[in-house]
Design a protein around this ligand. Sequence first.
Ligand SMILES: [Zn+2]
Length: 289
Amino acid sequence: MDVHNALTVDVEDYFHVAAFAPNIHRDSWDACESRVAGNTEKLLAIFDQFEVRGTFFVLGWVAERYPRLVKAIAARGHEVACHGLSHRLVYEQTPEEFYEETRHAKKVIEDITGATVLGYRAASYSIVRESLWALDILTELGFVYDSSIFPVHHDRYGIPDAERVPHRLSTPKKNIIVEWPLSTARIFGYRLPVSGGGYFRLFPYWLTRWGLTSINRREQRPFVFYLHPWEIDPAQPRVSASVLSRFRHYTNLAKCEARLRRLLGDFQFGTIEDGLVKLGLLSGAGAAD
Ligand SMILES: [Zn+2]
């Protein structure tokens, strides 16, 4: 089967990550050395080399400061989507705050690109069982798909028994949104997160490759893969944080770019929008069927 895997990038800086929130207050973000533009340009160059297009979920905070970067992403033919405004976890916001932040971020991005933003991904996959209300706000704001639900156990995110494959999801208020959950491979009844990020850096590449191949070949389905620009930047400034957070953030940063190049050679990729159209979950015009 000709599968259409989705390549995604969450465009944020190393100091935005949820694990560092206790260590770097958001008021100090503007004083941090920003590396997101350079690292994203590096990813754009790699994607050009492999002639792949992907979906870039841009943080509103980044879009407001680096509009030219957002323009460059769109100009290279990639899909620009929304990663929220402030990287605050959805379940730590009130619905009113979430509405206002997300509306603002979507507008900032759309004003830069001149194109309608279709997709949303929450900071640290923070659409969990307690924050499913956010999906209704996304439909209200005109988003047609979400890619925030991680169907695994994790201390910060996850709906362990959520559906694993792209599907139409009925929200608490009975609206419909298309959901492409972060990909997991099935192994002995267990869900192995092989979709990117820290898992991509921590697992040996053969395991990622095995898991993704099994989704494509055994299940005959596409997967979604994600990465952050800071994950290919071993020279980024070090943040003093907990041992666990440092382990998750810094392990194998130096190996990540070479791994990414192998991955791009081993699998076929495109944007989320194109993948969902191919699955019949979106119409070609980008509207939900
Ligand atoms: Zn993020």
